[in-house]
Design a protein around this ligand. Structure first.
Ligand code: KG4
Ligand code: ZN
Length: 340
């Protein structure tokens, strides 16, 4: 069978990214232009700035992706693009660019859900991986546990009722003076802290047979702890607070993910999204998983945070399952997992 080469585009938040992926698994190029330095000045992503920066970067990033893959536009078989969820203005840049490419090249346009892209990063990392498996998706905007039945078929077993895991990391990092983006900074400083120093609450809804998450309680407990210390004029130990907070979040993520494996009788769990690069999450998931005979998979850090290679992988499975978009495609900022 002929190889299928997909040029994928991702602009849902603050990374402008393009990649060429063959048959959903082989990455020929994966170019990411990050806007982190720009948004750091504002303490978080400024949507209008993000859109403007995507407009400036998209052509260059796409050219680089083709150049690195040693291909011309004519060699590409289809265009894959993220159309949601994400910031509407940011998504529109990629969607319109992808549509223009597909139209001018007369090639199929494939609409990709960003969260499904995160899951697919595991197909790139593990060439033999096939559904079914459990996937824990932990990013800046989303926290889900899904049973992935087949390519493009998901059953949501749990999701956050308030903050996403990455959002909680970012908010707590800001509160303890670590700045943006908070996840990697908490991860790093936690290595110098004692994760048992402070006991922050862990919420679960297991008695209702539900694997939902709630991180706002943990976040509020950290904020209360900081306020109390400040009222008593006491300095906090930032590394201890970070490590204890991180452990509380990780315990809940691991607990629910292993519970999901038990519920579905599955012995494979894949982690995805920006928070999947968290070292405490990886280590805890591996050690707790091994006690239950569960294999834990996670993509390399560059495939965990936003990138276009993961979109190229998800686009391939959409294409071979006959799901092709048309030129009416629009951005859907609140697109749900599994929605078409
Ligand atoms: O998947 P992603 O790049 O973007 C979204 O789709 O949201 O995830 C970004 C999130 C941010 O909240 C960031 O703080 C978090 O992932 N993150 C981490 C780590 N690296 C990135 N959180 C914890 N530990 C990390 N090492
Ligand atoms: Zn993402």
């Amino acid at each position: 069978m002929k190889d299928i080469k997909i040029l994928a585009i991702e602009t849902s938040c603050d990374e402008t990214a393009a990649a060429v992926v063959v048959n959903g698994r082989e990455v020929m190029s994966n170019i990411i232009s990050s806007q982190i330095d720009i948004h750091t000045k504002f303490g978080g992503v400024v949507p209008e700035v993000a859109s403007r920066k995507h407009i400036e970067a998209i052509s260059f990033v796409t050219e680089q992706a083709l150049k690195e893959a040693n291909l011309s536009l004519q060699d590409i078989d289809a265009i894959g693009v993220t159309y949601g969820p994400g910031l509407v203005g940011a998504l529109l840049v990629g969607v319109q660019y992808g549509k223009a490419l597909a139209y001018s090249l007369k090639k199929p346009l494939i609409a990709v859900n960003h969260i499904e892209g995160h899951i697919s990063a595991n197909f790139i990392q593990y060439k033999e991986l096939e559904p079914p498996f459990i996937c824990l998706i932990v990013s800046g905007g989303h926290t889900f546990i899904v049973y992935m039945k087949n390519y493009g078929q998901f059953e949501i077993l749990g999701q956050t009722r308030d903050d996403a895991a990455g959002e909680a990391f970012d908010k707590v990092a800001r509160a303890i003076g670590l700045g943006y983006p908070g996840g990697p900074k908490i991860d790093k400083i936690s290595k110098e802290g004692n994760q048992k120093a402070i006991v922050f609450p862990r919420a679960n809804f297991h008695e209702k047979g539900c694997l939902d998450f709630s991180f706002s309680g943990i976040k509020s407990a950290v904020l209360n702890y900081i306020n109390k210390a400040s009222m008593k004029n006491e300095a906090i130990n930032v590394a201890d607070v970070a490590a204890s907070f991180q452990k509380a979040v990780v315990d809940v993520l691991v607990d629910n993910a292993l519970q999901a494996c038990k519920m579905k009788g599955v012995d494979k769990i894949a982690i995805a999204g920006g928070v999947a690069s968290n070292t405490c999450l990886r280590d805890t998931m591996i050690s707790e998983g091994s006690k239950k005979g569960i294999k834990v998979l996670f993509p390399s850090p560059v495939l965990c945070t936003d990138n276009a290679a993961m979109i190229g992988s998800a686009a391939y499975y959409e294409l071979i399952n006959g799901r092709v978009a048309n030129l009416k495609l629009n951005a859907i900022p609140n697109l749900k997992l599994g929605e078409r």
